[in-house]
Design a protein around this ligand. Structure first.
Ligand code: BGC
Length: 736
C-alpha cells in the first residue's frame, strides 16, 4: 500500500512538475530528444489536401507515412475534426517523439460561414467589429481541427489592379495597423490554448502589395523610408498585438526576395521588433529563389531561406531534401536549425497541442458550430457595417418597405457564388442569401418582385437587355446589381482595367433610360472606375463581397433597417491611368496649379479621385464645427488635444466616422499632404451634438527623418478633422 501511495505521489509530482515547467523548458526538453532528421521534419510543411498555389513536386505524399516517420511538422488544407484527429493520432501514437502536427488553413474571411472580405470589413472603420468577426471565424475553424490561419493579410495596397487588395485593409498604414491588431486579437483571443482560438499569421512579409503594375508576384521597389512608414507598419502592429506567426512574401525588394531577406526576417523582425513566433514561407517561395535568380538550385535556396530566418518551408521540399547535407557540409549550423525548431515547438506548446493534441478535433462541437445561428447572425451584422453608401441623390434611399413592385436586375442579383468572395473554398454557396432573396424576404408577398439577369458578368451578349428593361418598366424602383465575379480578385487575379467588366455599364445605361429610380449595388473586390454610374445613377452602394448573408445585409440597408456608416479604406480612381493614387501622397515641388502649365497634372484628366479615401455617406446628415486645439504651441514630447463638435442635423439616428489627419509642414524630409492619425465612430440621435476628442500623442507625429531616426521634428503642423480625407475643418499648431 505504501509503495502504491509513493508511486501515485511520484506520478502526481511529475505531472505537476511538467505543468509548472515553463514553455521554454518544455521546448528544450523536447529539442534535446530530437535527431537532426526529426528537427528538419518539424520545419517542413505540405498541403495535405488541395493546392492553393502552383503545382509543386508531390511525389512523396503518403500523408500518414510522412507523419509516422516525423518528416512533416505541419499540414495545410487538411480540415475536419475527423480527418485531423486521424492524422494527429498517428503523430502522437506512432511517431517516435509524438510531436503533434499543427494544421493550417487560409481562414481569410471565414471558414464555413463566409464573412465579408477584409477590404469590406475595413470599410466599417470599426476594429471591434473586425475582432468579433475574426473571433467567430476562429471559433468555427477551431472546431474543425484547424489550429492556425494564414491571416490577417496586412499588406498595404495602393494599386487596385492588384487582385489581392481585396484581402487587406486598403491603402493606409494607420487604419491597416488598427485592423491588423484587431484581427490578431480576434483570431487568437486571450488564450491561444483555448479550444476556440487559433494562431494568426500576419502576411505577406513584406511589401507584396507594392507589386509593380499591380501584377501579382511582381517586383516591389521603394525607398527604405516608404518601406518602414507605409508597408511595415501594420506588421509591427500585428507583432505588438502578439501575432504567433508571420508569412514571408513572394516578391523581391531591391533585388532581395523576402524568403532570402536576412535584414527583414532577422534584423528587423527578431532583433528590433523582438518577435518570438515563427515565420512560414509562402507556398513554394523558397523554391522560387531559383527563378528569382538568387539560388542556383534547391539546395542553395534552402540555405538562403534558413539563414535568412524562414523557419517553416511551405511546399518547396527545400528543407526536407537539403538541410541535412547542408549541416553535414557545415554550410548551415545545427544552432540555426534548433532556433527554428524551437520557435515552431513553442507555438505548438502555446496552442496546447502537447497537453491535448485532440482539443481542436471535436466532432460534436464541429457540427454545432458550423453555420450555427449565432455565426450566421454575426455575418449579417458584420456585413451591414461593411457597406459604403457612395451616392444618394434626392435621398432616393432608403426605399420604402411599402413599395408595390421592385425590379432586381443584374448578373450579381441572384448569384450564389460571387458574394462569397475569393477565399471561400470551404464554404457552401447554398447558404448564400442573394440580393434577390434578401429583397424577397424583406418585402414579403405584398410586393411584386421582378428578376432579370440582363447579362453575365464578363460576357458580351446583350440578349438579356430587353427583358431586363421590361422588368424595370414594370417596377416602381430598380435595384441593379453589378460588379466583378469572385475570381476576378484575390490571388493571381490582377486586372489591367478597372472598368465594370463585360456589357454591364451598357445594361446600366439601358435601365437608366427607363426613367425609373435606380439604385446600383456594387459587388467587387477592388475600387472600380465607375464614372458613368457615379454621374448618372442617383444611388450607388458599394458592398464588396459580403459573404453568406449578403442579400439580407444589403436589403437591410436599401430598405432603411440599417443606416449605412462605412467609409472607403481605399481611393477610387477615375481612371486606371491615375494609379497609384492614394490620399497620403507628397505635395511635390510643383503641386497642381490650373494657372500654371508646368505643374503636376494630367492633360486629359483631373488629378482628383472619383471617391476619396475615408469617403462614405449615411442616411443621416452630419455637420462639423468648433474645431479646437488644447494649445497652438506645444513642447516636443507633449500631447495635444483636438476637439470637434459633430451634430446630426437630420431626423435619423446615425453613426459617423470622425477622422483626424495631420500634415507636418516642414521636415528634414518631405511629408505627405496629410496622414490619418486617429478616428472615432460616434452614434448621434437626431439633432444631437457630440464633442469628439482626440489626443495627438508624440508617437503619432514620429517619422523617419533624414538620418532614418524615428523621431518628432519641431515645427509647424496642420490638423484636419472631418468626414473623409477631403472635406475637412483645419487648424494649425507648432512644436517648439
Ligand atoms: C498565398 C498565401 C496562402 C498560401 C497557402 C499562397 O499562394 O500567397 O496567401 O496563405 O498560398 O494557401
Amino acid at each position: 500500500m505504501k509503495k502504491f501511495i509513493t508511486a501515485v505521489l511520484i506520478i502526481y509530482a511529475s505531472i505537476l512538475f511538467a505543468q509548472q515547467k515553463t514553455i521554454e523548458q518544455r521546448v528544450d526538453s523536447v529539442l534535446t530528444l530530437m535527431t537532426l532528421d526529426e528537427k528538419i521534419g518539424q520545419l517542413n510543411q505540405y498541403s495535405g489536401g488541395w493546392e492553393t498555389g502552383v503545382r509543386t513536386d508531390n511525389s512523396v505524399r503518403d500523408r500518414e507515412e510522412l507523419v509516422r516517420t516525423g518528416k512533416v511538422g505541419s499540414f495545410l488544407n487538411v480540415i475536419g475534426a475527423d480527418l485531423t484527429r486521424k492524422i494527429q493520432k498517428i503523430a502522437v501514437e506512432q511517431s517516435r517523439l509524438k510531436i503533434p502536427i499543427i494544421f493550417g488553413l487560409d481562414v481569410i474571411h471565414g471558414f464555413r460561414s463566409t464573412f465579408p472580405v477584409p477590404i469590406a470589413e475595413a470599410s466599417s472603420w470599426n476594429p471591434k467589429l473586425v475582432e468579433t468577426s475574426t473571433r467567430w471565424q476562429a471559433t468555427e475553424a477551431a472546431s474543425a481541427g484547424v489550429h492556425w490561419t494564414f491571416a490577417p493579410m496586412v499588406d498595404i495596397a495602393r494599386d487596385p489592379r492588384w487582385g489581392r487588395i481585396v484581402e487587406g485593409s486598403g491603402e493606409d498604414p494607420y487604419l491597416g495597423s488598427i485592423m491588423a491588431a484587431a484581427a490578431v486579437k480576434g483570431f487568437q483571443g486571450n488564450d491561444l490554448s483555448a479550444n476556440n482560438t487559433i494562431a494568426a499569421c500576419a502576411k505577406h512579409f513584406a511589401g507584396y502589395g507594392a507589386a509593380e503594375g499591380g501584377r501579382d508576384y511582381n517586383t516591389a521597389d521603394f525607398s527604405e523610408r516608404t518601406f518602414h512608414e507605409i508597408y511595415l507598419r501594420p506588421f509591427k502592429a500585428a507583432v505588438d498585438a502578439g501575432v504567433a506567426t508571420l508569412m514571408c512574401s513572394f516578391n523581391e525588394i531591391g533585388g532581395v526576395p523576402s524568403s532570402a531577406n536576412y535584414e527583414l526576417l532577422t534584423k528587423i523582425l527578431r532583433d528590433d521588433w523582438k518577435f518570438k513566433g515563427f515565420v512560414v514561407s509562402d507556398w513554394n517561395s523558397i523554391g522560387e529563389l531559383i527563378p528569382h535568380g538568387v539560388a542556383k538550385d534547391l539546395k542553395q535556396a534552402a540555405e538562403l531561406g534558413i539563414k535568412a530566418g524562414v523557419d517553416m518551408d511551405m511546399e518547396s521540399n527545400a528543407y526536407i531534401r537539403n538541410l541535412k547535407t547542408l549541416v553535414e557540409e557545415k554550410k548551415v549550423s545545427v544552432q540555426n536549425i534548433d532556433e527554428s525548431v524551437r520557435r515552431i515547438l513553442r507555438v505548438k506548446f502555446e496552442l496546447g497541442l502537447f497537453d491535448d493534441p485532440y482539443k481542436y478535433c471535436d466532432e460534436k462541437r464541429e457540427k454545432e458550430t458550423e453555420f450555427s445561428k449565432e455565426i450566421v447572425e454575426a455575418t449579417r451584422k458584420v456585413a451591414r457595417e461593411s457597406i459604403v453608401l457612395l451616392k444618394n441623390e434626392k435621398n432616393i434611399l432608403p426605399l420604402s418597405k411599402e413599395i408595390k413592385s421592385v425590379a432586381v436586375i443584374g448578373p450579381l442579383a441572384n448569384s450564389h457564388e460571387d458574394p462569397l468572395g475569393p477565399w471561400s473554398g470551404v464554404s457552401d454557396s447554398t447558404h448564400v442569401v442573394t440580393v434577390l432573396d434578401g429583397v424577397k424576404s424583406k418585402l414579403g408577398a405584398a410586393a411584386n418582385i421582378l428578376y432579370s439577369q440582363g447579362c453575365t458578368i464578363t460576357g458580351t451578349s446583350e440578349d438579356g437587355f430587353k427583358s431586363a428593361v421590361e422588368s424595370a418598366q414594370k417596377a416602381d424602383a430598380v435595384i441593379l446589381c453589378l460588379g466583378e465575379s469572385l475570381n476576378m480578385s484575390g490571388e493571381a487575379s490582377a486586372r489591367a482595367s478597372l472598368d465594370l467588366p463585360g456589357v454591364q455599364e451598357k445594361l446600366a445605361e439601358e435601365i437608366f433610360k427607363t426613367g425609373k429610380p435606380v439604385v446600383v449595388v456594387l459587388m467587387n473586390g477592388r475600387p472600380l472606375t465607375i464614372n458613368w454610374i457615379s454621374e448618372n445613377i442617383p444611388a450607388v452602394v458599394e458592398t464588396w463581397f459580403l459573404g453568406i448573408q449578403s442579400g439580407n445585409a444589403i436589403a437591410d440597408v436599401l430598405f432603411g433597417d440599417y443606416n449605412p456608416n462605412g467609409k472607403l479604406p481605399v481611393t477610387f480612381p477615375r481612371s486606371v491611368g491615375q494609379v497609384p493614387i492614394y490620399y497620403n501622397h507628397k505635395n511635390t515641388g510643383r503641386p497642381y496649379n490650373p494657372k500654371d502649365h508646368y505643374t503636376s497634372y494630367y492633360q486629359d484628366l483631373q488629378n482628383t479621385p472619383l471617391y476619396p479615401f475615408g469617403y462614405g455617406l449615411s442616411y443621416s446628415k452630419f455637420e462639423y464645427s468648433n474645431l479646437s486645439l488644447s494649445s497652438s504651441k506645444i513642447k516636443n514630447g507633449e500631447p495635444l488635444k483636438v476637439k470637434v463638435d459633430v451634430k446630426n442635423v437630420s431626423s435619423r439616428e446615425g453613426e459617423e466616422v470622425v477622422q483626424l489627419y495631420v500634415q507636418d509642414l516642414v521636415g528634414s524630409v518631405t511629408r505627405p499632404v496629410k496622414e490619418l492619425k486617429d478616428f472615432s465612430k460616434v452614434d448621434l440621435k437626431p439633432g444631437e451634438t457630440k464633442t469628439v476628442e482626440f489626443t495627438i500623442t508624440p508617437d503619432k507625429l514620429k517619422f523617419y527623418d533624414i538620418n532614418m531616426n524615428f523621431t518628432v521634428e519641431p515645427g509647424d503642423f496642420k490638423v484636419f478633422v472631418g468626414t473623409n480625407s477631403v472635406d475637412l475643418l483645419e487648424s494649425t499648431f507648432s512644436i517648439d
